[in-house]
Design a protein around this ligand. Sequence first.
Ligand SMILES: Cc1cc2nc3c(=O)[nH]c(=O)nc-3n(C[C@H](O)[C@H](O)[C@H](O)COP(=O)(O)OP(=O)(O)OC[C@H]3O[C@@H](n4cnc5c(N)ncnc54)[C@H](O)[C@@H]3O)c2cc1C
Length: 415
Amino acid sequence: MKIAIVGYGTAGQASAILLAAQGHEVTVFEKSPSLGPVGAGFLLQPTGLAVLARMGLGDQALALGQRIDQLQGHTPRGRAVMDMRYADRRVGCFGLGMTRGALFELLRGAHADAAQVRTGVRIRAYDEHSHQLFDDAGGVHGPFDLVVAADGAHSTVRPQCTGNVRRESLYRWGAVWCLLRIDDWASPHTLLQRYAGTRAMIGMLPVGTRPGHEGRWVTFYWSLPGDRVDTFDDAGVASMKAAVHGIWPEISPHLAHLHRAEQLNRARYRDVVLKAPHHARLVVIGDAAHAMSPQLGQGVNMALLDAAALADSLAAHDSLDAALAAYRKQRHAHVRIYQRMSRWLTPLFQSGYTPLGWCRDAVFGPLGRAPGARGAMLSILTGETGHRPTIPLAEGAEPTVGITLEGQSTKGVSV
Ligand SMILES: Cc1cc2nc3c(=O)[nH]c(=O)nc-3n(C[C@H](O)[C@H](O)[C@H](O)COP(=O)(O)OP(=O)(O)OC[C@H]3O[C@@H](n4cnc5c(N)ncnc54)[C@H](O)[C@@H]3O)c2cc1C
């Protein structure tokens, strides 16, 4: 098929690799004038790691990133709110902190046609009758047999998924974040967080290497109300540093070099729910289809899982309609569960409702130690709640990619 991919973030990159490997003629459009990662670092869960493994990129990812074994969150007075160990989920289970740059370069290196990506082309519309794409500069592209909208949370192609957009709203809170070089960070295998009520949250996530830079890196993030994210300036940096010093003085020296707002990335979160992620010959994946608050740290995993499920569905079905229906079925439950949980949990960590913070501090610690609840919390953390690990292949269809995980050979479409 002639396939267009709009957006060269994680979802677009992974789709370009997997779909080109199936022999499709893939054209990628990216609005940025040059290719590059946006943002600081993130935590990849076992579900996302499995997709990289099936693409043959697992070992390289492990070498570039930082293995994370534990998530710990405390109040400034030292009360444990979160204490989860991946090993309690199962032996050999872990997450991987990565810089955006490391994942971007890893995927770009695996994409043979990366040099052909049409940069500086901002797609503004898809026409469901002519199956063409239109860009901001008046360019017309196509027709295409399939258009994959992977243009992120602020997607311009998503509205063309006519009648399917059920919810599209902006969260009231967001964050600023940046990478810090800390070669001798004392907790290299732990995501550490500090919560002061619901109005202040700090995270320190070890993320390993950064392309083009020496040393080991840690992602720092600081929660802010949305309007203050939008107006974040140099004075905002100074007040952030003062607040961080009051809550977590030990990390203050690592922030000493931050003086200008441009030294940090800003993030506003969107909550996007589609009734169905496809319409005509358009399929919407990644944040474009299901942007959510990053409270549960699942967006990159979801982008990778979407790309893998789409490729598998296309490989398993001769008809495009059947393939897109299979894709929707494959991803629906997983996406819905995390959308709901993100929506419910975010106010407990980022909101103006102080009593929610008191409840969180009182309940989460004991809950995390209770045998039944602990398993459920770990399943959520690892990205495995509601995830359907395999889809059946149509009779006679050949698996496209095989992977081996934790000593178990899985056939074809398992992730
Ligand atoms: C503060 C923060 C922390 C996070 N932490 C984590 C974490 O720990 N773990 C995790 O898994 N996820 C995390 N996420 C979520 C994760 O970053 C996203 O879910 C993920 O990047 C989505 O990938 P994507 O490819 O769908 O979209 P994006 O990465 O947004 O890529 C979209 C691409 O499309 C391009 N584009 C946009 N519009 C157009 C257009 N009209 N035409 C052409 N190109 C276009 C953009 O330039 C971009 O390159 C976090 C997010 C934030 C904000």
